[in-house]
Design a protein. Structure first.
Length: 470
């Protein structure tokens, strides 16, 4: 027996050593060092959608976290790529698996969470508060009557039912509170996020919930029937999270954040989302996508014609926003008109003018896109082909054909837009290139088209994050 043990011990240590090496290799594979982020040219961030953090309003991505992250991406000189998830535990898994570089939302910093991830310096503090519905006739009550009808002492939560988002810090707080008061709080964990639960409380479908005070007070401006004055915790720090060991990124984040939090730009962003009298107008709008699922007044028409075109309707919506901001009565200095900003000659070709209906304008615009698609049918990759079509819609197919020919002549890929054909389009303002015999359509300033393609596709990603496809 002892002899067998002696024989097996070296094998055991060898396997343990190999396992440690595999773990080290796995950690290396999910490294999100600042160097790696700059090398790939993008910062991949996970956030949640809400009326303050990240949302679509009248076709435009907005939000407190979104605008701060744009400032950070500009500072790092990288592209911002946003992903959405409302389950924080899943977000931690995605972070530790290397799927994202950063989690940027209002995360309450707790000891348990600090064992899983590293946090930036706090950018805000907030308490956890009880969200409860005021009595039906609260407007006719005096202050004492109203106070008597509401829960003001956390001890009075004994035996009450409280709904909270699954895996949130509020779950742990209520469990601790139950221990502190020596009684039971009927805690129901659900998949709805904090803002959805606040809404359910406001309409009487859920008796009460707990969330952070900042979010609760913003939502109180939309739902005056809720009360958010009862605190169930002390003030707690909130921060962003990075994977443990990402020290270079964390140091850079903390350096940027400590300066940014003192800037006029941060104060303007904060005021925009937390001190804005128009917030209620935004959230109650039919085109606040988090609630309505709508992007524009023309979604159904866009869906219809994008289906005929074979495009995701959200891509076409992003393109129309880029063209006209969903305004159907605009005419450009060059004579382009309507939602799709068709030039008069193209409009006549497809039977429309500035007096045509919205439906006819979108029909004509998608017919034109269909024609452009045939001009680039030799581009094998569908996603790449879309980029060529967008560029041609903006500047005309001739200039794009010139840029492809220049790319081919100079050893670049004529079927690849990014860092290939787009670069030769940009060079068509240089006499060396626009005077090349292979160029048939002369000079062009390609910077607008370069931005156009990138902005349409970037907005499309936001639409995919926040608006369902059907």
């Amino acid at each position: 027996m002892n002899r067998l043990l002696v024989l097996l011990l070296p094998l055991f240590f060898l396997l343990a050593s190999c396992n440690k090496e595999k773990q080290a290799d796995a950690l290396a594979e999910v490294s999100n060092s600042l160097t790696d982020i700059k090398a790939k040219g993008k910062l991949v961030v996970l956030t949640d959608y809400s009326s303050t953090n990240y949302f679509i309003y009248r076709g435009q991505p907005l939000g407190y976290q979104y605008e701060m992250l744009q400032e950070l991406a500009n500072y790092l000189d990288v592209k911002l790529e946003l992903r959405v998830n409302s389950d924080l535990e899943k977000s931690f898994v995605m972070l530790n698996n290397g799927e994202v570089d950063l989690i940027a939302e209002n995360i309450i910093i707790t000891r348990e969470r600090k064992e899983k991830v590293d946090f930036t310096i706090p950018y805000a503090q907030s308490r956890q508060v009880l969200v409860q519905r005021k009595p039906d006739k609260w407007k006719t009550m005096n202050k004492k009557q109203l106070e008597d009808a509401l829960i003001r002492n956390p001890l009075d939560l004994a035996g009450k039912t409280v709904y909270v988002q699954r895996n949130s810090a509020h779950v742990a707080r209520l469990r601790n509170l139950a221990e502190e008061i020596g009684d039971t709080i009927n805690l129901i964990e659900v998949d709805e996020n904090a803002e959805q639960l606040i809404y359910l409380v406001s309409v009487g479908e859920v008796p009460m919930t707990v969330t952070d005070e900042i979010l609760a007070r913003v939502n109180q401006t939309y739902f005056p029937d809720i009360d958010v004055e009862t605190a169930v915790s002390f003030h707690q720090n909130m921060g962003w999270a990075v994977r443990k060991g990402a020290d270079g990124l964390l140091t850079e984040l903390n350096s940027w954040m400590s300066e940014f939090l003192e800037s006029k730009r941060f104060k303007a962003i904060y005021a925009k989302y937390f001190q804005n009298s128009k917030s209620n107008e935004i959230v109650s709008s039919d085109y606040y996508a988090v609630n309505s699922g709508k992007i524009s007044p023309y979604d159904e028409i866009i869906r219809h014609y994008s289906e005929k075109l074979g495009w995701d309707w959200r891509l076409l919506a992003s393109m129309i926003y880029q063209e006209s901001r969903f305004k159907n009565d605009v005419t450009s200095w060059a004579g382009a008109f309507g939602l799709m900003q068709l030039m008069p000659l193209t409009g006549r070709r497809y039977g429309v003018d500035e007096k045509s209906s919205v439906r006819e304008q979108i029909r004509a615009g998608t017919d034109f896109i269909g024609w452009l698609s045939k001009q680039f049918k030799d581009v094998p990759d569908e996603e790449e082909r879309v980029k060529f079509i967008l560029a041609a819609y903006n500047i005309g197919p001739g200039h794009i054909i010139d840029a492809r020919n220049l790319a081919r002549k100079n050893g670049a890929d004529p079927n690849q837009w990014d860092k290939s054909v787009e670069q030769y389009l940009l060079r068509k303002s240089d006499p060396v290139y626009y005077n090349d015999p292979i160029v048939k359509h002369g000079y062009c300033r390609g910077t607008e088209t370069y931005r156009y393609v990138h902005e349409v596709l970037e907005r499309y990603e936001h639409y995919k994050n926040l608006v369902d496809s059907p």
